[in-house]
Design a protein around this ligand. Structure first.
Ligand code: PMP
Length: 416
């Protein structure tokens, strides 16, 4: 049945589809960390709809938040509802700076707004972004991003971007990676009209690259010295994924602007920008949009943050994440003997594949083998050379272990 539905999808939907080219299934339903396809095959979900369903599919807490709000109202632009106010108060409790909020709809939309806020406040033009960055596919964010897919569109979009290397230690061209990158940042800020610097605390689409300790702190020091807004893109790293609600907390810094999307809505499209109230000199109707701040998404966001704050799930993410990382490392060492890199924080773990010359190896065959074995795992990396673990934070330990067994089988079977 799956193949027939996929065929019909190809007839009806754009040739630009991506994910069905990797996962040849049609989905019937999902619960917790499992997906069931229309042929009743059951899969362990290590994908979570790209780090979105952090609390698991069909989570009863989330379901209840949606149902309660459904009975009240589900669309009314910026006219406030009680849940809107409650959510912003909850969100403030999770942030370490005095924040104001601007609602958006998608991750890219939040980044667009963030960059606009930085440019408006500084009156400057250039944005510093990193080589392994991914910030979205809209006209502005495509210019900030740098996958092979993005590069072909760049001439047509916002080119007011200064691109610098991310401290990607496995492939770093510099001997002193962290300090070289930081001094490049400072140099560019000195010679250019820089309006802001945007950074992912862990490069997500770019390959689940964890920068060395001190990177965000260093960026914070430099941007503070030169009075440049620091935009932290938490679209993928946020909402508990790394074992803290916000990944920047690991470095103890205070950002100026934070972009939030994906897991805050657990699948209901909602995103927002949190920014320091000193930047709140924005004119009326600065960044309007019909669907921004949807009450259903807000209700979900509020329930999600309350759950993260009032349960022990974040500790679980840290300890199970460390356990999984160690297992990935052991498996890779067994079969790849030094020609790999495993890195991660919490439930954001990247497994990079290479050969003896460190040439990247495309991981598509692994994705297919894993799917056959019942594990949904997706790629990352600008060379499609990284498998990423981004299961729901609620995954039972048994399913994690079962997935790891299947991962080991896949690595063992695929020819190197
Ligand atoms: N920023 C980051 C860090 C992301 O990972 C993504 C999406 N993968 C985006 C922005 C764009 O979000 P969206 O797809 O919701 O536009």
């Amino acid at each position: 049945k799956s193949l027939e539905i996929l065929k019909q999808q190809e007839e009806l939907e754009t040739s630009a589809l991506n994910y069905p080219k990797y996962f040849r299934i049609a989905v019937k339903e999902a619960k917790g960390s499992t997906i069931i396809d229309v042929d009743d095959n059951i899969y362990i979900d290590w994908f979570a709809g790209i780090a979105v369903v952090n609390l698991g599919h069909n989570n009863p807490i989330i379901r209840k938040a949606i149902e309660t709000q459904l009975d009240k109202i589900w669309h009314y632009l910026e006219i406030p509802t009680e849940i809107r106010i409650e959510f912003m108060k909850t969100l403030r409790k999770t942030l370490n700076f005095d924040a104001k909020f601007l609602f958006t709809t998608t991750g890219a939309d939040a980044v667009e707004a963030a960059v606009k806020i930085a440019r408006w406040n500084t009156g400057k033009r250039y944005i510093i972004a990193f080589n392994e960055a991914y910030h979205g596919v809209t006209a502005g964010t495509v210019g900030l991003s740098n996958s092979t897919n993005h590069r072909k569109f760049q001439p047509y979009y916002d080119n007011n971007v200064i691109r610098l290397p991310y401290p990607y230690e496995y492939r770093c061209p510099f001997r002193d990676c962290l300090n070289e990158v930081l001094s490049l940042v400072e140099h560019e800020i000195k010679i250019n009209d820089v309006a802001g610097l945007i950074v992912e605390p862990i490069a997500g689409e770019g390959g689940y690259i964890v920068p060395p300790k001190g990177f965000l702190k260093g960026l914070r020091e430099i941007t503070t010295e030169y009075n440049i807004p620091l935009i932290v893109d938490e679209v993928q790293t946020g909402v508990g994924r790394t074992g803290k609600i916000w990944a920047y907390e690991w470095e103890g810094i205070k950002p100026d602007i934070v972009t939030i999307a994906k897991a805050i809505g657990e699948g209901i499209p909602i995103s927002l920008v949190a920014y320091n109230k000193d930047l709140d000199k924005l004119p009326q109707a600065f960044h309007l949009g019909t669907y921004r701040g949807n009450p259903l998404g807000i209700a979900v966001g509020n329930a999600t943050l309350n759950y993260l704050m009032n349960s022990n799930i974040l500790d679980r993410v840290v300890s199970l994440g460390e356990y999984a990382k160690k297992r990935f490392d052991e498996i890779m060492e067994n079969y790849y003997k030094g020609k790999y890199d495993v890195r991660g924080l919490g439930f954001m773990i990247g497994v990079e594949f290479s050969n003896e010359r460190k040439d990247p190896i495309n991981v598509k065959p692994y994705i297919e083998t894993l799917l056959e074995k019942g594990v949904i795992m997706y790629k990352a990396g600008i060379y499609d050379n990284v498998l990423r673990f981004m299961a729901p934070l609620t995954i039972p330990k048994q399913l994690l272990d079962r997935g790891l067994e299947k991962f080991e089988e896949a690595v063992k079977e695929e020819p190197r």
